[in-house]
Design a protein around this ligand. Structure first.
Ligand code: 16G
Ligand code: MG
Length: 542
């Protein structure tokens, strides 16, 4: 380790006085102007992680669905997964070290994790389209090179594409070729093969309008379009040419406001979808003939896909177990439908992809989706091998189903949730089953729900258990929620501190929108009173 170089370079990336940041649900996230030192230091940390795992590590510069002025950074582990939880602590320590202690903190971490400093290191970097991202990714590169690590800068990428690159590189290309063309070709080939089995459905069924949140998804989906054009024609909106990133558009806006994004023309019954700012989330929607907006969120996606997979598994006659993983935000109707109609076991984990991903790995086929549209399907190695064997057998119903499953394996990004890959799977399933978006929507009726935010002095005064469904602190809060929930029918409510914003989130569902709104409001008031609310008291009426 060249300590002089480290001292010299870290001086160019000084930490602002008094700034403390946490490695949150998905990395560091805050105003872009406060992140330069964090980027440099995450470059350093990526080198240590690469040396320790003897693998390529990824660093993604993005703040996903946050406003354009924000930015963020997250590390990607060898198999394309989120950074191991034990390393999040090291990340936080390193990001918050005072400049003069940087060296000693770095040495401390190296010792704790037993890094062989002579080992080579390789780090790949991607970034979203935020104005601040290019400069910040240069700071990551500076951090990597000062510790002698090698860098490959992919430049603009969606978050899932970076996960894919890392996974490819660490499996010697077995998972795919570690280039954007490799990604486009792998997914498109599987999509075209899979939809090739569908009865020809009219042209209208093959059209999809995509709101790209004025983000990186527009660029990458634009590049990819020609690869799958024989199976699907996509029309891009909010492609970044005019509007601002995530501003009145994108998956997060559509899901939380339950209304269409600006900048998209929707005709009745047209199939539309929205990506978020780094293209790892997707939600679908349409407007009915009466002009009513219908949202098909991550829960509806999980249901469509689980039913499809269940049918294929029954067809091939192998005892592959399917499990579905959701969070507390999953609509109660979706859970009931999955358990009672699709007949698959459903599990609930804490919010954040890493928790769902981890649980989903326990099954032969693990389907995980957050209601906000973040998810994928994981296949165990054993399941994949079995499916591939069957697919090679002579043409019969069984091998046909196995071939379709083989395409599905290739189509899902096995490393993380991916809006592009999820979109192609959904489009393929709709085509194969001959379903319109209305028919898909009609599988079950969502319970009306409402999400609100409450500002408090310190959101960590709230702690939860039971996959965030029960508040254990502050005292009295859960009892208050229980009493409020009793006032409404088919109701449920919970609160949790956000992992990405300085707020407490409130979720409520009930038999009518009015009840869901009123329950959410009452729970917000309880949070405000019992958990140290600041600023204006929560208001009723939406
Ligand atoms: C991050 C998570 C997402 C989660 C969201 C919750 C990843 C890659 N992303 O965006 O899964 O739903 O945070 O945000 O894990 P919250 O803690 O602010 O509610
Ligand atoms: Mg995102």
């Amino acid at each position: 380790m060249d300590l002089d170089a480290l001292t010299k370079h870290s001086a160019f990336h000084a930490k602002p006085d008094g700034l403390i940041l946490q490695y949150g649900t998905a990395g560091f996230r805050t105003k872009a102007e406060h992140l330069d030192h964090v980027m440099f230091r995450m470059g350093l940390l990526a080198v240590l992680r690469s040396k320790q795992t003897k693998s390529t590590i990824g660093v993604m510069v993005t703040a996903s669905h946050n406003p354009e002025e924000d930015n963020g950074v997250k590390l990607v582990d060898p198999l394309g997964e989120m950074l191991a939880p034990s390393w999040e602590e090291h990340a936080t320590c390193l990001a918050n070290a005072e400049d003069q202690n940087l060296q000693s903190v770095l040495m401390d971490i190296s010792e704790k994790v037993a890094v062989n400093l002579h080992q080579d290191a390789f780090v790949v970097i991607g970034r979203d389209t935020r104005p601040s991202s290019e400069k910040l990714s240069q700071s990551v590169i500076d951090g990597v090179t000062v510790l002698g690590g090698q860098v490959h800068d992919y430049g603009l990428l969606t978050t899932p594409q970076l996960h894919y690159m890392v996974y490819c590189r660490n499996t010697s290309g077995q998972y795919g070729e570690a280039t954007t063309e490799g990604y486009y070709e792998k997914l498109s080939k599987a999509f075209v093969e899979l939809t090739g089995q569908a009865f020809c459905s009219g042209d209208d069924h093959r059209k999809l309008k995509v709101d790209c949140a004025n983000g990186i998804g527009a660029l990458k989906l634009g590049e990819m379009k020609p690869y799958f054009s024989q199976g699907l024609s996509v029309q891009l909106f909010n492609d970044g040419s005019g509007g601002k990133l995530n501003y009145f558009c994108g998956a997060d806006f559509v899901k939380t406001h339950q209304k269409p994004p600006q900048g998209i023309e929707m005709k009745s019954s047209e199939r539309c979808c929205s990506f978020d700012g780094d293209a790892d989330r997707i939600v679908y929607y349409y407007q009915d003939v009466d002009g009513h907006f219908h949202l098909l969120d991550g829960d509806k996606i999980a249901t469509l896909i689980s039913s499809f997979l269940k049918e294929l598994v029954l067809e091939i006659g192998e005892s592959l177990n399917i499990g579905v993983v959701q969070t507390a935000y999953a609509n109660g109707s979706s859970t009931r439908y999955l358990e009672e109609v699709v007949k698959v076991p459903v599990y609930c984990t804490k919010t954040g992809v890493k928790h769902l991903h981890h649980k989903a790995q326990e099954f032969d086929i693990g389907v995980y989706f957050e209601a906000n549209g973040h998810g994928t399907v994981l296949f165990s190695k054993a399941a994949e091998t079995k499916i591939k064997q069957l697919a090679k057998e002579l043409e019969d119903k069984k091998s046909k189903a196995a071939k379709m499953l083989e395409n599905v394996i290739d189509l899902f990004n096995q490393a993380t949730g991916d809006a592009i890959s999820d979109m192609l799977v959904i489009e393929a399933v709709l085509a194969l089953k001959g379903l319109t978006i209305q028919q898909w929507d009609a599988l079950y009726m969502d319970l009306p729900n409402r999400q609100l935010k409450v500002k408090v002095a310190d959101r960590q005064v709230i702690s939860t258990t039971d996959a965030e469904r029960q508040a254990v602190k502050p005292p009295g809060l859960q009892e208050a929620i229980n009493d409020l929930v009793k006032k409404y029918k088919l109701s449920r409510a919970f609160v949790r501190p956000s992992g990405t914003e300085d707020v407490v989130r409130v979720y409520a569902e009930a038999d009518s929108q009015e009840s869901a709104d009123s329950l959410a409001y009452e729970v917000s008031l309880a949070v405000f009173q019992l958990a140290g609310g600041v600023g204006e008291r929560p208001q009723s009426g939406f």
